[in-house]
Design a protein around this ligand. Structure first.
Ligand code: ZN
Length: 300
């Protein structure tokens, strides 16, 4: 069975065709500019994959969309499938699912946040395979978190926005925070732009300064401590550009355990190296998760 997959990101749109094993058989990347420019290219790609002149076994049977947010994932909502109040003005309130449905006809479309998509990829084929409760956090230009609980993605009133939980400032850190809404939230203190603004250089140029990563790890660990205490996940997967600084992992594990201070004694926390862990699908977790979203859409 073939599935269409769209990983809709703020800078690029990855369109792909994959199968039920998560194998990516075809892929193309389209820059994210405006809906007027970008969407026709996406639609054109998927139209060629549902073309009636193709042998039936070569056509996609469903499409999965893992999208940058915030997005409306509440089934039955009037604005289901819309991008909501994004800082990318051209995409604000854009009905991405409806646009694809109108253009592609009857094929089922699965839809979720980009981070829930990445987590679904990792929970199906990657490092969280077999787990029922896990979170995926991307730390890059922004910070986002996807979560599954009891095997299902958490949506609730909208979807988790753990990138905006409020941080306690680490003593000595005078930085006011980068988030226009909250100042010193998780994203405001620990995203890539926050690192760059605080230290005057992009993260890649700060690798040799241990104080940068000590501070960064403390903020990430604050968030991971809260998430551990609130969601009780079996695994926390960290991805995104900032986590490409692999020296962060041991520090984040150390400070998370320090902050928890043995309050919880579980096998997960005793194996902290596998509890707090990088993504395992080589950057393909998002698009593979979108393949899985498509497969799930056919089952509904
Ligand atoms: Zn914020």
């Amino acid at each position: 069975m073939l599935y269409g997959a769209l990983e809709a990101g703020g800078t690029k749109m990855i369109c792909a065709v994959g199968n039920e094993n998560g194998q990516i058989l075809d892929q193309t990347t389209i820059p994210t500019t405006t809906p007027e420019e970008t969407m026709p290219q996406i639609i054109e790609y998927f139209k060629t994959k549902i073309d009636e002149n193709l042998p039936e076994e070569d056509r996609i049977v469903a499409l999965g969309v893992a999208c940058f947010g915030p997005v409306d994932v509440r089934e039955g909502s009037k604005t289901y499938g819309n991008i909501l109040n994004t800082p990318k003005i051209a995409w604000r309130n854009y009905p991405i699912v409806k646009t694809l449905k109108d253009a592609l006809g009857d094929i089922p479309i699965g839809f979720d946040t980009d981070v829930n998509g990445s987590l679904l990829g990792e929970a199906t084929w990657g490092t969280a395979k077999g787990l029922t409760d896990a979170v995926y956090i991307t730390i890059g230009t922004g910070i986002g978190m996807g979560a599954i609980s009891g095997g299902n993605p958490i949506h609730g009133q909208l979807h988790p926005e753990a990138g905006h939980i409020i941080m306690s400032k680490i003593p000595g850190d005078e930085y006011k925070g980068h988030c226009p809404t909250h100042g010193a939230c998780f994203e405001g203190m620990a995203s890539g732009p926050a690192i760059q603004e605080r230290w005057g250089k992009p993260a890649q140029e700060l690798r040799e300064m241990p104080e940068v990563w000590e501070l960064e790890a403390k903020y990430i660990a604050q968030a991971l401590t809260a998430i551990t205490l609130i969601l009780s996940p079996q695994k926390i997967i960290l991805g995104g550009g900032v986590m490409g600084q692999s020296q962060l992992f041991p520090l984040v594990r150390k400070y998370t355990l320090d902050y928890l201070n043995n309050y919880i004694d579980t096998k997960e926390l005793r194996n902290v190296n596998s509890y707090i862990t990088p993504a395992a699908l080589n950057g393909n977790q998002g698009i593979m998760g979108a393949i899985k979203l498509a497969e799930l859409a056919t089952e509904e």
